[in-house]
Design a protein around this ligand. Structure first.
Ligand code: NAD
Ligand code: ZN
Length: 251
């Protein structure tokens, strides 16, 4: 686990960097009680996300895809940002964080107050008709009529998120690439970095000369290879203590 030494190291790296970018994953929202895919309590224990969350499943067996989607929808519906989200919002406010590239679909970085959030995988906050494009907030879904169909044309409906087998929205991909290749410090928070191409952004940053630091209670495939060091802990704990140290250092 981490101590004061690790926090001070991270805080001074943040203070000294010219441009800090964060890449966040499902682990960031674990303290908001949203299950991640991998790890203890992860959705993987019940569903194979690469199968249930595949665009082909949504098209061919929507009742199966919506089993996992409804579970995520329920958790996200009642979730609130945690200490880690608020610490990142504060870091942006004091000029120490340029942007967040998030793989999360829960919208919690926005709720916490971050302004520049690149939603690499879209979000689950609205649903859209696959035939006519009609869209509405997910909160207006009739949970007694699942899988849902479009209010206007009766076509199949999908959450406004990127499914396995789908391309990343070009704008998000372009901006994520640009932010990763122009930062000099990347914070990789709560992600196993196994979903591509999001998982390769730390490598893009590294290749462009940035320092890469992980915040995660467990090591990942990046540890010791791509990342310069890892602060082993929950993102809420680590980020809350880090923002306090950053503010002290900046006076
Ligand atoms: P993942 O589920 O593959 O990995 C989660 C990572 O978080 C693990 O490395 C784990 O050790 C770490 N972790 C667990 N608790 C943590 C904590 N308290 N603090 C910090 N780290 C913690 O997640 P992923 O790499 O983001 O990839 C999964 C994909 O699943 C993403 O692309 C995303 O679209 C989707 N997803 C999103 C949500 C969400 O929006 N909250 C939830 C589940 C899955
Ligand atoms: Zn429609």
């Amino acid at each position: 686990m981490f101590g004061e030494k690790e926090i001070n190291r991270l805080a001074s790296d943040i203070v000294e960097a010219k441009k800090v970018v964060a890449l966040s994953g499902a682990g960031m929202s674990v303290e908001s009680e949203i299950a991640p895919f991998r790890g203890p309590g992860g959705l993987w224990e019940k569903y194979n996300p690469e199968e249930y969350g595949h665009i082909a499943t949504l098209r061919n067996a929507p009742e199966k895809a919506w089993l996992m989607l409804l579970e995520m929808h329920r958790e996200i519906g009642k979730a609130k940002p945690n200490r880690g989200h608020y610490a990142l919002a504060e870091l942006e406010k004091i000029g120490c964080l340029s942007s967040i590239i998030t793989q999360n679909v829960d919208g919690l970085h926005h709720v916490a107050g971050n302004k520049d959030v690149i939603e690499f995988h879209g979000n689950l906050l609205s649903v859209v008709c696959m035939d006519c494009g009609y869209s509405k907030p997910s909160t207006e879904l009739d949970l007694d009529a699942i899988p849902p169909s479009c209010d206007t044309c009766n076509g199949p409906v999908k959450p406004d998120a990127v499914f396995f087998g789908e391309a990343i929205p070009p704008d998000a991909l372009m901006r994520a690439h640009e932010e990763s290749s122009t930062c000099d410090l990347m914070l990789v928070i709560g992600t196993s970095a196994m979903v591509q191409p999001a998982g390769s952004m730390p490598q893009v940053a590294k290749r462009a000369g940035a320092k890469v630091v992980e915040i995660n209670p467990s090591e990942t495939p990046l540890t010791g290879l791509i990342s310069d060091y890892i602060v082993l802990g929950q993102s809420g704990d680590v980020l809350e203590q880090t923002i306090t140290a950053v503010k002290q250092m900046k006076g």
